[in-house]
Design a protein around this ligand. Structure first.
Ligand code: NAX
Length: 327
């Protein structure tokens, strides 16, 4: 029997977690032979709800769920963790500027980065979901200097999955037939869902679609604005699909991407594709043996280049706005 993996989840009383925790405990993320310990963090004001979530986890009698810890102390939640999924953040309230949100949430991720640095396993892998996800990843990573930078990522998998589904519906093909999708840049409306490398059975998806207007006027904006469309329809932001993307992101990271394919992760830029080092940026990555590598050598045409640059510039602005949170 394998020893259990310790997984911290922050914002554990929130709506994404309500779709996430049960799937992790059921084995969807790390496989049906991998026991898990859930270390759940939320703020004191959410204690009663968190207690209820713990009751429901207990009531599922999941064979893989070895233990549950529920706490409002980051040092207890991150103690000896192998994986930390940082979901918890303050939602944007009416009248709040994006800048205010950056500051309030940035401070949460600064403190959580420091706590991870103190008590997480030295090879822990950290996924940041709370918005603005890319910049929060940078803040967390920068405040955890003893943990390797390559073990941090921001989530763009929901955007990646949204892009796959739009193409699958357009071509009436199974989602699994589509390979080599990319969503470059920021988890925001400047993201660039890039179809120009995507293939089905070795044929370029752009040839199969053969409709430039659909790509420019429908596909790209639909994927970019999907989060807002879900809020408009549901009155709440994406939750089950976000939880599913978390499962997919970590599944790919730990169990590998499939052959002749890749996925999108927000990772620290290293100069690849002429994106200067020092921001968390969506890149195509291949994962093997729990390590990831940016796919190299893809051609970027001039129109795509403008979109890549726009996303980079937004990330630099976000970084400038929170630079006092970076040590
Ligand atoms: P909810 O408001 O339902 O839940 C957030 C939870 O975090 C609450 O229980 C709250 O008490 C808790 N929390 C607040 N401050 C905390 C702290 N300092 N430590 C621990 N917990 C804390 O939000 P939910 O819908 O679950 O969304 C969570 C975050 O994910 C938001 O920031 C949201 O914007 C972001 N998203 C990111 C996505 C991505 O693709 N990267 C997509 C979905 C989602 O919009």
């Amino acid at each position: 029997v394998r020893s259990p993996v310790r997984i911290a989840i922050t914002g554990a009383a929130g709506q994404i977690s309500y779709s996430l925790l049960f799937r992790i405990a059921a084995g969807d993320m790390l496989g049906s032979n991998q026991p898990v310990i859930l270390q759940l963090l939320d703020i004191p004001a959410a204690k009663k709800i968190l207690d209820g979530v713990v009751m429901e986890l207990q009531d599922c009698a999941f064979p893989l769920l070895v233990d549950i810890i529920a706490t409002h102390d980051p040092l207890a939640a991150f103690d000896q963790v192998d994986i930390a999924i940082l979901v918890g953040a303050r939602p944007r309230k009416q009248g709040m500027e994006r800048k205010d949100l950056l500051q309030i949430n940035g401070d949460i991720f600064k403190r959580q980065g420091q706590a991870l640095n103190q008590v997480a396993k030295r090879d822990a892998k950290i996924l940041v979901v709370g918005n603005p996800a890319n910049t929060n990843t940078l803040i967390t990573m920068s405040n955890a200097p003893d943990l390797p930078a390559e073990n941090f990522s921001g989530m763009l998998r929901l955007d990646h999955n949204r892009a796959l589904s739009q193409v699958a519906m357009k071509l009436a093909q199974p989602v699994s037939s589509i390979r080599k999708m990319i969503v470059w840049g920021n988890h925001s409306s400047t993201q660039y869902p890039d179809l120009y490398h995507a293939e089905i059975d070795g044929t370029k998806v752009t040839h199969l679609i053969n409709d430039q207007a659909w790509i420019e006027d429908y596909f790209i904006p639909t994927v970019q604005k999907r989060g807002a469309a879900v809020i408009e329809a549901r009155g709440l932001s994406s939750a089950a699909s976000a939880a599913n993307a978390i499962i997919d992101h970590l599944h790919s990271w730990f169990l590998g991407t499939r052959e002749n394919d890749w996925t999108t992760m927000g990772i620290l830029s290293d100069g690849s594709y002429a994106i200067p080092a020092g921001v968390i940026y969506g890149f195509p990555v291949v994962c093997t043996d729990s390590k990831r590598k940016i796919v190299s050598g893809l051609e970027i045409d001039s129109v795509s280049r403008m979109r890549l640059t726009a996303a980079y510039e937004e990330l630099v602005q976000e970084r400038d706005a929170i630079k006092q949170l970076l040590p």
